[in-house]
Design a protein around this ligand. Structure first.
Ligand SMILES: *Cc1c(COP(=O)(O)O)cnc(C)c1O
Length: 383
């Protein structure tokens, strides 16, 4: 089976992990900080907070931005459930904004309309979470303009998008957001097994997120309520969690950062090859956002009318296709909160047609040719 995504692990990566296993620190040692600095430098952003997953990073970012019970966060239905669940962890409500039918990212025009209506109804969101689908940045300049007009904060769910750029700046630079969150799940651009990171330009936000990551504890006298009673002293100032990244996994992430440009270059090359090889087939290829250069976490296509049949034939041919995403608002958990099919038609019609084709840095041209040949024959016979 050719998988839809998979990690690339080198001997160097393995050596880096083993070295930590032989060292004094398995967690909370020097590696997490070095990995944070490496990603921060790569993104051109001053602060980075490594965590045990992007899900944790989204959760902590919401808390640090003051999301509370009764609050409201908006995201898109075309995402992984974690982009919405982060609000529910804080006891807040979730709303959705539909996607652009060509780019499959948050539709900034739909966001603007929804904000105008919400202002009339007196229920504006305090946080909006645009998701950079497949690694292609949303129209962040426009969304940031709306944030200034309507007074909401922005968390970019950039789980797909480390290595991508927007208006010539790396995704994660937080030029147009308060926080950007990356995932290092093995199918994403770089892997730490489980892991995530929150990027920000705001030192106060970074400190709050770092505290929430580790039980709500601070060792910084400047952030304490009382004067330190001695060098052992710390204060718990909020109800935090244990969301720390281990040094073992941070070493893997740091080692992977050494090859991120090669990973992204190969993904871009494979995406261009798909564009060429699939031209003329009765499928819709990914649309481009102006000013965004995707890092191609996912290459999704639309197969109108017969997705399920084509999908089944590809799987039967040993092609590990997948579907991203089942619209979040149609999940039973969200239906129980009052959402229903029909609420976000663009996300739902995209979902009915979507197939994610295999794409990962170690994929060979021959493997990609095999995917394309299988797709051609599936399309030739599928009902
Ligand atoms: C993978 C992913 C997440 C969650 O990442 P984890 O690191 O597995 O917690 C969140 N949002 C999106 C869009 C994702 O693709």
């Amino acid at each position: 089976m050719i998988p839809y995504g998979r990690q690339s692990i080198s001997q160097e990566d393995i050596d880096a992990v083993v070295e930590v296993l032989r060292s004094d620190f398995l967690t909370q040692g020097p590696m997490a900080g070095r990995f944070e600095s490496s990603v921060a430098r790569y993104c051109g952003v001053p602060h980075a907070v490594a965590m045990n997953s992007a899900t944790s990073a989204l959760h902590v970012a919401c808390l640090a931005l003051g999301l509370k019970p009764g609050g409201l966060l908006w995201t898109v239905p075309n995402t992984f459930v974690a982009s919405a669940n982060c609000a529910r962890y804080c006891g807040a409500d979730v709303g959705f904004v539909d996607i652009d039918p060509a780019t499959w990212n948050m539709d900034a025009g739909a966001l603007e309309k929804a904000l105008a209506a919400a202002r009339k109804n007196g229920r504006l969101p305090s946080i909006v979470v645009p998701v950079h689908f497949g690694g292609q940045s949303c129209d962040m300049e426009r969304i940031a303009g709306l944030a200034r007009e309507y007074g909401f904060r922005i968390i970019e769910d950039a789980s797909h998008a480390i290595g991508g750029s927007y208006r010539g700046k790396p995704v994660g630079s937080c030029e147009y957001s308060d926080v950007a969150v990356f995932s290092f799940h093995p199918v994403k651009i770089i892997a730490t097994a489980e892991g995530g990171m929150a990027m920000t330009r705001d030192a106060g936000l970074a400190a709050r997120m770092a505290e929430l990551r580790s039980h709500g504890i601070t060792r910084d006298p400047a952030r304490m309520r009382a004067a330190p009673e001695g060098p052992w002293y710390y204060e718990q100032t909020a109800l935090g969690f244990n969301f720390r990244m281990t040094d073992v996994l941070a070493a893997l992430g740091l080692s992977q950062m050494g090859r991120i440009d090669a990973f992204v270059a190969r993904r871009r090359e494979l995406a261009r090859r798909y564009d060429t090889l699939l031209a003329g087939l009765p499928v819709r290829l990914p649309g481009r956002e102006a000013h965004a250069d995707s890092c191609w976490h996912l290459y999704a296509i639309r197969v109108p009318g017969r997705r399920a049949d084509v999908f089944g034939r590809l799987r039967a041919a040993g092609i590990g296709v997948n579907v991203h995403y089942i619209p979040v608002h149609t999940q039973p958990y969200y239906r129980d909160l009052g959402f229903k099919p029909g609420d976000f038609p663009e996300s739902e019609s995209y979902y009915r047609e979507a197939i994610t084709l295999p794409l990962y840095a170690a994929m060979t041209d021959a493997q990609q040719d095999e995917v394309v040949a299988a797709l051609r024959s599936a399309l030739a016979v599928a009902a």
